[in-house]
Design a protein around this ligand. Structure first.
Ligand code: F6P
Length: 324
């Protein structure tokens, strides 16, 4: 192993830069050369490469987004696209890659590895925290704190007007971000795809809220794979409870920005180093994971992309218990 490529792919997440920095510095410390691949897999196809030396990754640790840029490449899904990517990697002398991303990014790496002899190791980077086999993905903690800060602000205006706010939180099909942020803001109800029974509790809350004066509320709604789902839900509630003053807020891409939290920076740095070590150890097609109090683990891509990350059932029960 002499030269490795590093890329970010799929939706960006705060902390990706910290991971790029850690991969670059760890590789250089271990006498490897590093090439940054810009714009995800599309950059592989276009030969959009940039050499990375230790000082090239200075001053990025604390910045949100990804300095390598990212993309969701349709061309990489085609055989022709992957062949072009392979030829470019060969020409550049890249003999292994670290890909920072989520589900789609690891599926891409897995398909590529079936035909070509360049090993890939993945680092989970997504605000959704939806990868199986890891307790944690880079960006999740920052996004969680962003949601909490935003909802705390909405709570002020909700209380002043005795309104009920339905707030949509990202996460694709997964409700982890919604559940955790809901607990952190003390939401009156939390709607997530993994625990339909919480919908009944929303109904119970609304019935109570309908009778009581001076009552405002925060309902956190996971987007559940359909951005804007919250609008339908809020409309139905408005029709059933005409006396309630209902408002909707979709937090949107604010959840993907901002400087990474300390936890995200540490996770990214730890996993960045572990990814380089895994490649040097001849590992391939595995995702670096953090389990049991932030210990490193390896999970085959095959498992990471196939199974769902279960939600924390304890949190669901806690929500039901204390929401009286
Ligand atoms: O996977 C990260 C994520 O922010 C999801 O939570 C959300 O559903 C999706 O990406 C939004 O994608 P886009 O950036 O393409 O709008």
């Amino acid at each position: 192993l002499e030269k490795i490529g590093v890329l970010t792919s799929g939706g960006d997440a705060p902390g990706m830069n910290a991971a790029i920095r850690a991969v670059t510095r760890a590789a250089i410390a271990k006498k490897l050369k590093v090439v940054g691949i810009r714009h995800g897999y599309q950059g592989m196809i276009d030969g959009d490469f940039v050499p990375l030396r230790a000082r090239d990754v200075s001053g990025i640790l604390h910045r949100g987004g990804t300095v390598l840029k990212t993309a969701r490449s349709a061309e990489f899904r085609t055989e022709e696209g992957r062949e072009k990517a392979y030829q470019n990697l060969k020409k550049e002398g890249i003999d292994a890659c670290v890909v920072i991303g989520g589900d789609g990014s690891f599926t891409g790496a897995l398909v590529f590895s079936q035909d070509y002899d360049i090993p890939f190791v993945g680092i989970p980077g997504t605000i959704d925290n939806d990868m199986y086999g890891t307790d944690y993905t880079i960006g999740y903690d920052t996004a969680l704190n962003t949601v909490v800060e935003a909802v705390d602000k909405i709570r002020h205006t909700a209380a002043s007007h005795d309104r009920i706010f339905f707030i949509e939180v990202m996460g694709r099909e997964a409700g982890l971000l919604a559940l955790s942020s809901g607990i952190a803001v003390g939401a009156e109800a939390i709607l997530i795809p993994e625990a339909k029974r919480l919908e009944i509790e929303l109904d119970q809350f609304l019935k109570k809220g309908y009778k009581e004066k001076d009552r405002s509320g925060i309902v956190i709604v996971a987007e559940g794979g359909e951005t804007g789902r919250v609008i339908k839900i809020a409309k139905a509630v408005e029709e059933n409870y005409p006396n309630l003053d209902v408002r909707v807020s979709i937090l949107g891409h604010i959840q993907r920005g901002g400087k990474p939290s300390a936890r995200d920076r540490i996770a990214a740095t730890k996993m960045g180093v572990a990814a380089v070590e895994a490649l040097l150890d001849d590992q391939k097609s595995i995702m670096i994971a953090l389990v049991k109090n932030f210990a490193i683990d390896h999970v085959p891509f095959k498992k990471a992309v196939k199974l769902n990350h279960a939600i924390d059932e304890d949190l669901v029960q806690i929500q039901s218990l204390i929401n009286i």
